[in-house]
Write a protein that binds this ligand. Sequence first.
Ligand code: HEM
Ligand SMILES: *[C@@H]1O[C@H](CO)[C@@H](O)[C@H](O)[C@H]1NC(C)=O
Ligand SMILES: *[C@@H]1O[C@H](CO)[C@@H](O)[C@H](O)[C@H]1NC(C)=O
Ligand SMILES: *[C@@H]1O[C@H](CO)[C@@H](O)[C@H](O)[C@H]1NC(C)=O
Ligand SMILES: *[C@@H]1O[C@H](CO)[C@@H](O)[C@H](O)[C@H]1NC(C)=O
Ligand SMILES: *[C@@H]1O[C@H](CO)[C@@H](O)[C@H](O)[C@H]1NC(C)=O
Length: 531
Amino acid sequence: MLTLVLAFAAATAVSTVTAYTWPSPQLDALEAARFDAHTGVLLAGVQPCDGFGGLPNTGRSNAADWVRTAYHDMATHNIADGTGGLDGSIRFEEERLRPENPGDGFNNTLAFLSATSNRYISIADSLALAAVIAIETCGGPEIPFRGNRIDATSPNSPGVPEPQQDIDSHIGAFARQGFNKEEMIGLVACGHTFGGVEHQTFPQIVPEMHDPKNKQSVQPFDSTFVTFDNNVATEYMSDTTQNPLVVALNDTFNSDKRIFGSDGNVTMKSFADSPSHFSSTCASLIARMIDTVPKGVQLTDVLEPLPIKPADVELQYDASRIKLSGNVRLWNTPEDDSRSVRLLYTDHLGGTGNLSLVFTGTFDSVGTKYTSAWYAFAPITQDNPFARVDIDPKSGIKSMSFIVNGKLEDQGGVGFAVEDRVMRSTSSCRVGGNISRIDVAVRTDASPLRVYVEELRFVFPHAPTIVEHDVPRPSGSQDQPYTIWSLNLAVPVEIGLMMYHIGAEFAGGVKYSTTSRYSAWASGPICADSQ
Ligand code: HEM
Ligand SMILES: *[C@@H]1O[C@H](CO)[C@@H](O)[C@H](O)[C@H]1NC(C)=O
Ligand SMILES: *[C@@H]1O[C@H](CO)[C@@H](O)[C@H](O)[C@H]1NC(C)=O
Ligand SMILES: *[C@@H]1O[C@H](CO)[C@@H](O)[C@H](O)[C@H]1NC(C)=O
Ligand SMILES: *[C@@H]1O[C@H](CO)[C@@H](O)[C@H](O)[C@H]1NC(C)=O
Ligand SMILES: *[C@@H]1O[C@H](CO)[C@@H](O)[C@H](O)[C@H]1NC(C)=O
C-alpha cells in the first residue's frame, strides 16, 4: 500500500514537469510571450490595470475588454459537434458586428492581439494570453496556459448569451459551451469582477452619467472593477451591489441576478465567504474557458518556464566575422551581484569559447509572483553597441551552455544548439527607391538546396502570413567559409517597411528558418556601392 502511494506521488510529480528542449521556435515564442511579458504589448496594456488607450477617466479598461473578448470568442463553442470555441473568429467583422457582440471593446482588443501575434503565435493564442495576463497582473491567480490554438478562417455560428434572455436559455447556452449551472455562475462571476456595462452600448440598462471621471458612463459590476477580487460576490451577498445586471430598473436585463441566484446563492455565498476559493475556482474555470477550442485543435502541454533560457539569440554575418548576440534568462531568482554567469560555446572544429556575461536587469512575471534575472552575451560598450561576440566563420558555432556560479547548465547534456548555416549579412542595404538588397550569408559546406526570404505580410486583424522569395544561388567560386547570396526585393511603399525571416531547405526536405526577424526599409540610407 505504501509503495503504491509513493509510486503515485512520483508519477504525479513527474507529470507536472513539462519543460521542453530549447530551441523549439513555437514553444520558445509562446513561453516568452507568457513568462517574459515585459517584452510585449499585453503587459504594457494592463499596467496600470485601469489602462485604456492611454486615456484617463474613461470608466473602461483594457483588462476588462480582453477578458470579455476571450469569453465572447469562446462562447460560440458547441460541445456536441466540436465547432466554435476560442479560435479568433471574433476578428471577422461579420461575427463582431452581430447584436450578441455589441460595443467597441472587441476591436480595441484586436489591436493588441495583432501586435502580439507572429508566425508562431495565432490571434487565438494571443487572445487567450491577453485574458491570462490581464487576470494575473490585476490581482488574480496564476492560470495554466497552453498554446497552439488555430485561427478560424471564417466566422462561427452565433451563440453568445445576452442579458435580456431568460435563465433557461443561459443554462442552455453554457451547457452547449461545456459548462454546467454552477460553472456558469462561476464563470460569470469571474468575468464580472472586471469592468461594467457601458451607457452607449446598453442605454436601456445604464444612463448617461455626465461624470468627468467616468467619461464613457460605465456602471461597474463591483466597486473594484479594475481588480480581480471577490467583491463581485461579497457585494452581491450583502445586498450592497451596484452591479447593473443585478439592479437594473428593467428586470428583463438582470441576467446576473437570475444567474447568481439560480442555485439558491450557494455558489455566490461560497465565493463571498472565501477569496481564495473564488480565486482558485476562477483559475480553473478561466483555464477551461480558454482551452475550449474547436475539435481537432491540439493544444500544447501547460507551458512551464525553462529554468535557464537563451533569448533573442541572433547571428549576423558582418565583414567576414560572425557576430553573436543574445541574452540568457535565469528563472525565478533575484538580482545577485555576486552571481557569476558564463557562456561556453563549442564550434564545428572542436574548439570552445568561454566568456563572462553581463547582468542587465530583473523583471517580474505572472503579476509579481516570479522574478527573472537577465544577462547579456557581451558588455554594451561604445565599441560593441549591440553587445555582440565575434565568432570566427571558419569554426562557426554549434552549441552553447552556461555556467552559473560554477554549475554547468546544458539541458542535461544536450546543450543549447545554435544554427549557423544561414544568417543575414550586415551588407544588406537599400539599393534605391523602394528596392532593398537582402544579403544572406550561407555556410558554404551546408550546401542548401534553396535559400529564401520569408516576407511577413500583416493584414489587420489577422496573424501574419509568409510569402517566400527565392534567393538566387550565386555563381563563381565558393572557397570562403561563407558565401553571400543576394536578392533585390521591393519593400511595400505604403508600409515603408518589410519584415522578414530567412529560410533554407536542405537535403531530405529539412527546412530551417531564422527565429530572428529582420527589417528592410523603403527609405533611408542607400548601399555604399550603388551611390
Ligand atoms: C450569460 C452570460 C453573460 C452575459 C449575459 C453577460 C453580459 C454582459 C454585458 C451586458 C456586459 C456589458 C458590455 C458593455 O457594456 O460593453 C458585459 C460586460 C462584461 N462581461 Fe459579461 N456577460 C456574460 C458572461 C460573461 C463571462 C462568462 C465573462 C468572462 C469570463 C464575461 C466578462 C465580461 C467582462 C470582463 C465585461 C466588462 C467589459 C468592459 O467593461 O469593457 N461575461 N457582460
Ligand atoms: C478597429 O481598430 C482598428 C485599429 O485599431 C481601426 O483602424 C479601425 O478603424 C477600427 N474599426 C472600427 C469599426 O472601429
Ligand atoms: C424592458 O425591456 C424589454 C426588452 O427590451 C422591453 O420589451 C420591455 O418593454 C421593457 N420594460 C419596461 C418596463 O420598460
Ligand atoms: C441571493 O442573495 C441576495 C442577496 O442577499 C438576495 O437578494 C436574493 O434574494 C438571494 N436569492 C436567492 C435565490 O436566494
Ligand atoms: C572558462 O573560463 C574561466 C575563467 O577564465 C575558467 O575558470 C574556466 O575553467 C573556463 N571553463 C571552461 C569549461 O573552459
Ligand atoms: C515600389 O515602387 C515602384 C515605383 O514607385 C512601384 O511601382 C511599386 O508598386 C512599389 N512596390 C511596392 C511593393 O510597393
